[in-house]
Write a protein of this length. Sequence first.
Length: 203
Amino acid sequence: MNMYTLSSKVKESGIDIFSVHRGVIDSGFQKGYSGLSKVAMLFHKGFGKNAQDGAATTLTAVRDEQYNGKGPLYFSNCKPAQPSNMSKNEEKQATLWRYSLELLRDHVDDTILAEIGETLESIQPKEPEPEPTPEESAPNEGDKPKSEGESEKKEDEAPAAASQDEEGNTEGDKPAEETQQEEQKTEETEQKEEAWEEKKDEE
């Protein structure tokens, strides 16, 4: 992953960045291993490369001129190979790059870092945000949620909105013409009832 990031940092310098997988080498370094590491190295014993063959892939990347100007490249078995999909994840590249620089910050200075466009200040780890104090995290009295009783009380206290008809007249405030018509109908009804009563008495 750092191959891609470093290559982007020095692309204007004409330097090619290569990543090399040399394979399993019977170098003798495994003599100090123990536990599972020792078992793994014993399993590979007889299948690994000798020191000369193990160096061949690195020497190919360094000395073969046909790869000049073609970085970044990943080499395996003395030739370019396809790297993993994870290594191409730009978000993970940035995370690994930042972590690597943070580990090295006590061993480098601004002169070295300037060559890759970084400074000691830029690679300082970010300080964690302070946790809120109990006073800060406690809600204010004005922010308390209203209880169900308080909500109902507010609704009861609110003035009732006057209902309106289609013409915008409030209930109980009917137009004069409509009122006269209703009064006339009432009179006619009363007159009919009186006439009916008189007729009934005559019979």
